[in-house]
Write a protein that binds this ligand. Sequence first.
Ligand code: GDP
Ligand code: CA
Length: 314
Amino acid sequence: MRIVALAGGIGGARFLRGLQHADPKADITVVGNTGDDISLFGLRICPDLDTVMYTLGGGINEEQGWGRAEETFTLRDELAAYEVGPSWFTLGDRDFATHIVRTQMLEAGYPLSAVTEALCDRWRPGVRLLPMSDDRVETHVVIEDDEGRRAVHFQEWWVRLHAAVPARSIAAVGAEDAKPAPGVLEAIEAADVVILPPSNPVVSVGTILSVPGIRSAVAAKTVVGVSPIIGGAPVRGMADACLTAIGVRTSAGAVAEHYGADLLDGWLVDTADAALAGDLGGITVRARPLLMTDVEATGEIARAAIDLASELRA
Ligand code: GDP
Ligand code: CA
């Protein structure tokens, strides 16, 4: 089975591990979000691509869900001794090496897709990992606080401010002029199913879909999504703050309606939202436990997504 998944960071990566478990023979292409990418200390950092690469490649810090296992922080402490910031974005020594390799290759002229492939030569994630675009797209958030109304990088809002300052609007800067990375549209066209893991619907999946050409290519396929919202709240993180910013209620049903019946064919919701099961304006909704507690449980969620897609395709 040829599967394409559109993934953000932690929610996407954990689901993908379950997908591999559910169908070890599946040919999986992951289109990763690069809207969270940021340049710090002269280095290009791609948090979502790295979270997928480390999680599937066996290098992730399991408890945290991001960053490297067995990490040390000598470099961070040395930078702090020079009072060189920002101090709010944590980067460990092992992780720094990834960003150094990436930045060197980008500066030598390689596109991000080629750099990602080279990094994956080491990590062997067992999927084809493609950035959504080789062009620079950055999610910015308009906020208003004591310092006035201004746009900040997504990471500053999310990590430094913990999304506690309400977002007036969220924009994927550069998206309208971006092109899908080589292989993205081809993989979607060749896919038997496209799966939307329980990633952030606004700043992960929404950003990927904002790259011209991707949404219509996905909409032409059988698409099944897994709700990141359970019982009216995100399972972890602050996706509710993103949904509020774009005027969408934090509920599994509202997220499905936001994606729309033109895009989504099937939608898995948690048993806490079982009242939604049935037909939601043309989207087939099924309820089952959606907590990704371990690889087994996550594999069963992924299996349910594949089964629903196969059923809808037939
Ligand atoms: P990020 O880029 O690291 O924020 O990660 P993603 O965008 O891939 O995923 C974030 C989303 O994953 C959040 O909205 C969470 O609600 C969702 N999530 C995390 N753990 C679970 C889980 O166990 N089950 C479900 N259904 N969603 C989850
Ligand atoms: Ca992310």
